[in-house]
Design a protein around this ligand. Sequence first.
Ligand SMILES: Nc1ncnc2c1ncn2[C@@H]1O[C@H](COP(=O)(O)OP(=O)(O)OP(=O)(O)O)[C@@H](O)[C@H]1O
Ligand code: SF4
Ligand SMILES: [Mg+2]
Length: 338
Amino acid sequence: MNAEPIPLLRVEGLRKHFAFTKGILFSRTLGHIKAVDDVSFDIKAGETLGLVGESGCGKTTTSRMILNLEEPTEGRILLDDEPIHGLQGPALSAYRAKVQAVFQDPWSSLDPRMKVGRTIAESLIVNASRDRKRGDQAKIAARVRELLQQVGLRPDQAEQYPHEFSGGQRQRVALAAALAPRPKLIVLDEPVSALDVSIRAQMMNLLKDIQAQDNVAYLLVAHDLATVRHMADHTVVMYLGKIVEKAPTESLFADVRHPYTRALFSAVLVAWPGRQEEEIELRGEVPSPLNPPSGCHFHTRCPYVMPRCSQQEPVLREVSPGHSVACHLFDNAWLGDA
Ligand SMILES: Nc1ncnc2c1ncn2[C@@H]1O[C@H](COP(=O)(O)OP(=O)(O)OP(=O)(O)O)[C@@H](O)[C@H]1O
Ligand code: SF4
Ligand SMILES: [Mg+2]
């Protein structure tokens, strides 16, 4: 029997707890915000993992730890089976070249005073090996032109400034800069949510085409479930720093299990042609991550709450192949008979 190939990215028991302090001169720690609390998942080469959940559930904090911009409180992140913790100097630069990012607001990664061709060239040079840095200008210019074409822009647009582009085009430039060092993984944090609905589909299709050409993997953070359904091979649903459900995307949309996911997906599934879903209203606000509810964090809002839900934290368990749920409703649902 063949062993499973090593995933490109492995996230194991990841936690990020921020100290919550009061006072300016003599600050006291009043508690910890458990922004990410025991999160594990894998991303395979050339695949997309969707990360969804309401605002504040820990999506960006998870992404920032993967980008090595934030140090985990606990847990490990491995790229190609190599832990990323403690990387420094050239090893850290090599990691940054392999794991790039595109954010919701392309302005965050574009310098308004720099022609976009130069921004893309800088990404190429900063991330290149020493030999490449010595490479001649003509080669760099050729690669910039190639990248602009790959993202559907004209090579001559290298001479333009960011303000001369539309929002959708600026996001394409940010993508070209991210693609410059030929990354293995791109973190896409809400990549289409700032774009007009009419051009979202174009951007999603472009991302998919690039993935097919370059075998790049994506970690896709998105509020919009239609984007996740269109793009992601696997989906992870988070609530107050924890994973409540993870599954292959098709399996998740065909057979939503966790009450929180059902509520989140409800409006979308009701609108889906051929689906007879009962709409579950997501009542109330997300509780504070500083003082999350005991037991199941979702018990204060769950329409199926049972006495044990406020006392015992449910464990994430596999209920069908590749499909895991953390909910007491599935405590006795074993693989195959769920
Ligand atoms: N540097 C920080 N210091 C303290 N708390 C933080 C910090 N960064 C994030 N948090 C808190 O951690 C929690 C998770 O935040 P995060 O930005 O990861 O959420 P998110 O899922 O990306 O939300 P959104 O959908 O709004 O982008 C929030 O309660 C947030 O206030
Ligand atoms: S464990 Fe209980 S409160 Fe939590 S989602 Fe399941 S039924 Fe609802
Ligand atoms: Mg965020």
